[in-house]
Ligand binder design. Structure first.
Ligand code: PMP
Length: 323
């Protein structure tokens, strides 16, 4: 779908996937005025196909658009574009255990212009790709790398927006994590480099021996994850005391060593819920619990997956069936 200031959103079309032709002076190639979403369609137990909380993705997309000085897109149009694409792709929709259809809506500045100002023309595109399990190890606990050198976002920056530039800036830390044998990188705040923020593509949760569950607050520097929001609800339903509070890396290490911290997991659309067993950094490493996936992590993951795949009651109305 194209956008221009005089016509608004126009020219919606579905075409076979292929290369885009862009002028070398297209604004996005120079100033990275680009935002995206990541969401999944699942084959439900009754054979139909469902999207998980697509209104949340549409709303977050518009928040990202605001921050990046881009135009809003009507939430119904956003969802309809996705639904139409999924319908066309239904024939090869993955029906295997753990499989789903990953959807990537994105918008970029398509104006041919080299000046530094918000563009006047944009393109909105959705692509789809079938996916299996996210981590090679499947449901095993992962080891994460605590980045000493890099932060992902600073106050007043774009941390809460899902824009390409955030990911570009975090690639070097992700590469450092991989070089050190870790699956993901965990970022700390930019000012003190002490407060836990999030992973490269997931939000973090901590479960303690006093029956509480903690996740860092949405202070503007982390992405407001839709899985995070869902887990907060499911954890409350399980009788856990939910805390959206700051948590320091020192406390994390101390609580792991003293046994107060029972479980830690990361969550996001791609990996759903994945246990964190160990944290490594250039200073050393520490293990959470016995280093494997904890019981509550398994429980919360199962509750969420059952809703996403239509195996349990969708009492919150999170699944939107595609008809
Ligand atoms: N943080 C970051 C940086 C992410 O890229 C993602 C993935 N979108 C998340 C958290 C998790 O968000 P969600 O649950 O909406 O996928």
């Amino acid at each position: 779908i194209n956008y221009s200031q005089d016509k608004g959103w126009h020219d919606a079309r579905i075409v076979a996937r292929g290369p885009l032709s862009l002028d070398p002076a297209t604004a996005v190639l120079h100033y990275a005025q680009e935002i995206f979403e990541g969401m999944k369609a699942y084959r439900l137990a009754d054979g139909s196909i469902g999207l998980f909380r697509p209104q949340e993705n549409a709303a977050r997309f518009n928040l990202s658009a605001d921050r990046m000085a881009m135009p809003q897109i009507d939430e119904n149009l956003f969802i309809e574009a996705i639904e139409q694409l999924v319908k066309i792709d239904m024939d090869w929709f993955p029906n295997v255990d753990g499989g789903s259809l990953y959807l990537r809506p994105f918008m970029f500045a398509s104006e041919v212009f080299l000046g530094v100002r918000p563009a006047k023309e944009y393109m909105f595109i959705v692509i789809a790709s079938p996916v299996g399990a996210y981590f090679k190890k499947g449901a095993d606990a992962v080891t994460i790398w605590a980045s000493e050198n890099y932060s992902r976002a600073a106050k007043g920056g774009t941390g809460a927006a899902k824009c390409g530039g955030n990911y570009a800036a975090s690639l070097i830390a992700q590469a450092e994590a991989a070089k050190n044998g870790c699956d993901q990188v965990v970022f700390f705040d930019a000012a003190e480099h002490e407060w836990v923020e999030e992973l490269g593509g997931m939000n973090l949760f901590f479960i303690f021996d006093d029956g509480s569950i903690l996740t860092p607050p949405l202070s503007g520097t982390i992405l407001p994850g839709i899985t995070r929001k869902s887990i907060l609800q499911l954890a409350k339903d399980q009788g856990l005391r939910v805390r959206e509070e700051r948590y320091s890396r020192q406390q994390w290490e101390d609580d792991s060593n003293s046994g107060k911290l029972l479980e830690c997991f990361a969550c996001g659309t791609a990996a759903v819920v994945s246990a964190v067993g160990k944290v490594k950094s250039s200073r050393g490493e520490f293990t959470i619990g016995n280093g494997s996936t904890g019981q509550m992590t398994v429980k919360l993951r199962q509750l969420l997956v059952d809703i996403q795949r239509g195996n349990s009651d969708d009492s919150y109305g999170w699944v939107k069936k595609i008809t």
